[in-house]
Design a protein around this ligand. Structure first.
Ligand code: NAP
Ligand code: ZN
Length: 354
């Protein structure tokens, strides 16, 4: 049995998103059905829709920052009840038994790879998965998160499901905390959450930005200051001083100026996945100070729940601009220009106007 789902989809890399209907499975024994209230707009949605990473399956319904209300549960579901507020992030399934899945790091699933919330192989219906730019979604309970923030904040909670966990996970993994000087490169959706979370973890935070106009915002979000990354003197003032740098930039750029700012044994972790590769960095920056250049992919389900709970305890949500689904292409165009403060969130009620 299936239910007709109303959504917005891209039918080609160069076509605007448009209204689209498709069938979702009805809840199986382990499934939770969720009416989607809000869905955040991640730069990964844009990369996928516009075919920047290759491999996009059309029609493509993006969206992996989903918050909504549970409307039905399968017979085996114990973690959720009808009426609960629930979240869905970037994954809806994984093999469940490889070393990474056993460690609760399903995003690194070693057999099948994790099943993306969109553009992944749909394990039940066949074809490919369709994401949160839609009126409802059906997901295995093990991949559904509990949202306990105030209901008035739910739109601003949605971006935590990707931007929140993608920054929280590396900050935790590299043990960011009090006494450390931490940099966040790029003040966009991921970056602004990285600033808030790193500050809440007790670190001294600096933003590296190409946008000098974001300085006041950087400070309001919890940073000590904003460093204009294109200003060589401003960068030189901080050489050899950072314990950790989280690089969220969505475009290829020179990594060397940032590596030079790390202390001995410091790490820069990349989470941005640009369309084309970064120029290879200078080995000398790594070798002579035993610095590391690393990467990180979202975070596991257990850690995502930990992040949501951490954010609620610290009063953290995203700074959002609410949009209607009909305005999604204009939002993408602004995202390309780094003109987002700091995450677009789609009010899914707007789907009914389509
Ligand atoms: P976003 O909101 O567009 O923010 C990216 C920021 O990067 C911009 O606001 C801008 O900040 C900076 N930037 C953009 N173009 C730049 C350029 N040419 N040179 C230097 N800085 C530039 O994007 P997002 O949603 O945060 O996503 C960021 C990246 O992370 C994307 O590639 C996305 O696909 C990826 N991502 C990865 C994961 C993961 O698991 N690893 C998860 C989610 C997203 P300033 O104005 O401050 O310079
Ligand atoms: Zn994302």
């Amino acid at each position: 049995m299936t239910t007709t789902t109303h959504a917005f989809a891209a039918h080609a890399a160069d076509a605007p998103l448009a209204p689209f209907t498709f069938e979702r499975r009805d809840p199986q024994p382990d499934d939770v059905a969720i009416d989607i209230l809000f869905c955040g707009v991640c730069h990964s949605d844009l990369h996928t829709v516009r075919g920047e990473w290759g491999g996009t399956l059309y029609p493509c319904v993006p969206g992996h920052e989903i918050v909504g209300r549970v409307t039905a549960i399968g017979n085996n579901v114990t973690k959720f009840a009808v009426g609960d507020i629930a979240g869905v992030g970037c994954m809806v399934d994984s093999c469940g038994h490889c070393p990474s899945c056993n460690d609760g790091e399903e995003q690194y699933c070693e057999t099948t790879g994790f099943v993306g919330t969109y553009n992944g192989p749909d394990p039940v219906m066949g074809g490919h998965t369709m994401g949160g730019y839609s009126d409802h979604i059906v997901v295995k309970q093990d991949f559904v998160l509990k949202v306990t923030h105030d209901e008035a904040d739910l739109a601003a909670v949605a971006p935590l499901l990707c931007a929140g966990i993608t920054t929280y996970s590396p900050l935790r993994h590299w043990k960011v905390g009090p006494g450390q000087k931490v940099g966040v490169v790029g003040l966009g959706g991921l970056g602004h959450m990285g600033v808030k979370i790193a500050a809440a973890m007790g670190a001294e935070v600096y933003v590296f930005s190409t946008s000098p106009s974001k300085r006041d915002d950087a400070k309001r979000l919890g940073a000590t200051d904003l460093i204009v990354s294109k200003d060589p003197q401003a960068m030189a003032d901080h050489v050899n001083s950072f314990d950790f740098i989280l690089n969220t930039v969505a475009a290829a750029h020179d990594l060397n100026p940032f590596l030079a700012l790390l202390k001995r044994d410091g790490t820069m972790t990349l989470v941005g996945v640009p369309e084309s590769p970064h120029p290879a960095p200078d080995v000398g920056h790594l070798v002579f100070k035993r610095r590391a250049l690393a990467g990180s992919l979202i975070g596991g389900i257990k850690e995502t729940q930990e992040m949501l709970d951490f954010c609620r305890e610290h009063g953290l949500t995203a700074d959002i601009e609410m949009i209607r689904i009909q305005d999604i292409d204009a939002a993408y165009d602004r995202m390309v220009k780094s003109d987002v403060k700091y995450r677009f969130v789609i009010d899914m009620q707007s789907l009914k106007q389509a």
